[in-house]
Each structure stands twice: as C-alpha cells, then as structure tokens.
Design a protein around this ligand. Sequence first.
Ligand code: CTP
Ligand code: MG
Length: 239
Amino acid sequence: MSDIWAVVPAAGSGSRMAQSQSKQYLPLYGRSLLDWSVAALLIYRELRSCVVALPEADLSCEQPGFLKDARVRLCAGGASRAESVAAGVAALPAGDEDWVLVHDAARPCLAREELEALIKAVTDSGVGGLLATPVTDTLKRAGKNDRVSATLDRETIWSAQTPQMFRVGELRTALRQAQATGVTVTDEASAMEAAGFPVQLVRGAASNLKVTYGPDMQLAAFWLKELYPQLTDPAGRQT
Ligand code: CTP
Ligand code: MG
C-alpha cells in the first residue's frame, strides 16, 4: 500500500498582490491563506505528513496555527515555484512508489470533496493527475497589437488547479529533467507531461481559486464562508 504525502510551496512573495506582507501570510477569518491551505490537506486523516516550503528567512519565525501540527514539516523554498516544490519533495521521507499531493499556499478554498475525488481517481487508476475545470469563456488567441488571430476550440481546454498528485519517484525524475533541459514548468503536471508520463484531469470546482490579485481575497472570503461556516463564524471560530 502506497502512502500519501503532501508538499505546499509557500516561498513566493505575492508580487501581483502588491501588499507589504507576502501573499501566503495574508489573513482571512483569523488564519493566513497558508494556514487554510495546509488545513485543507490535513483534513485527509491518512496523509502521512506535509512539507511546507517557506522563504528561508521565515524558517526561524514562530509558526502559528496548523503549521504547528505534528504532521507538518518546514523546509526552505527556492527562487521559483518549481524549485520550492523540488525542495519539498526532496525533504519527504517517502518511497518512489508513494504518492505526493502538491498544493499551492495560495489556494485556501480547497474542499474536502475535491481533495477526496482527486485521491480516489488517482489511486483507483494508478495514473497521476490534477484538479482542473473546463473553461467556460470563449478563448481568443492574441496577435499583433491585441488583434484577434484565432478563436480556440474551448471543448478541449481546462484550467489547471492544485492539488496535483503524482508518484514521488516519477515526480522527482520529471522535476530533475525539467531543470536539466531548462524547460519552464509552472506546475508539476507540465513537468510530468514533458517527461512523457500520463496525466489525468479530475474535475474540480471554481471555488478552488488561486489568490493572485487583490480582489481575489474577497472571492476567497466568500468561498471559505460557504465551505467552512463554523470556522468563519466569529462566534464559533477556533484558532
Ligand atoms: N511559490 C514558491 N516559491 C517561489 C514562488 C512561488 O513556493 N519561489 C509558491 C507561492 O508561495 C504560491 C505558489 O507557489 O503558494 C503559487 O505561486 P503564485 O501564485 O505565483 O505566488 P507568488 O509567486 O507568491 O505570487 P506572484 O507570482 O504574484 O509574485
Ligand atoms: Mg509566482
């Protein structure tokens, strides 16, 4: 039986949020985005442990909330998301056949149902995969001076989310190859695809948004209230 582990890349600075505090530490209902994102993974009782990749300078700081959980370990992240993920995967005491869930610190609104759907789809089939949603907008390819050069067939286009779940050994190989060949990977799936591994899409939900720009905080607040009414109610909130 393969164990399931997690890595949370949280070593970015959130430059697009344009706030003095790094994005992963911004608070919603008394918890940081990072804390919500880690908590959403720890809901899965069989998770062996979760490595959180933080900016190196933050490792010596006192950690609040779920980062103090016995299943959470910290490591230093890198200069890119892919480097932070690679550092987190390297820090896992996991076997090659084990599974690892990689989940962005910037996605605090992951629901238990979607996490369980991903784990079930991947462990039932043995094929790694990711949560994703089919796009709903009509898609245009931009040409010179923002003139439309084509309309794309949206039937085949999905937006990638996290968590993404792969065999530890295969992900290590894929990340190493991407680094060696200089391929830019913005998620684990693209490293796996480039290395020739099959990747499946598992239908997720729009609520699992990535907080990227300022107004995304309001959307995340809305979805957290929907998903966790008790934890977001000031009267019943636990810290
Ligand atoms: N991340 C990381 N290490 C980096 C860069 C990003 O661990 N060197 C993490 C972020 O902390 C975030 C996730 O990767 O949880 C997704 O990245 P993104 O949303 O782009 O966050 P930032 O890089 O922090 O934001 P920005 O690109 O706006 O600077
Ligand atoms: Mg970034």
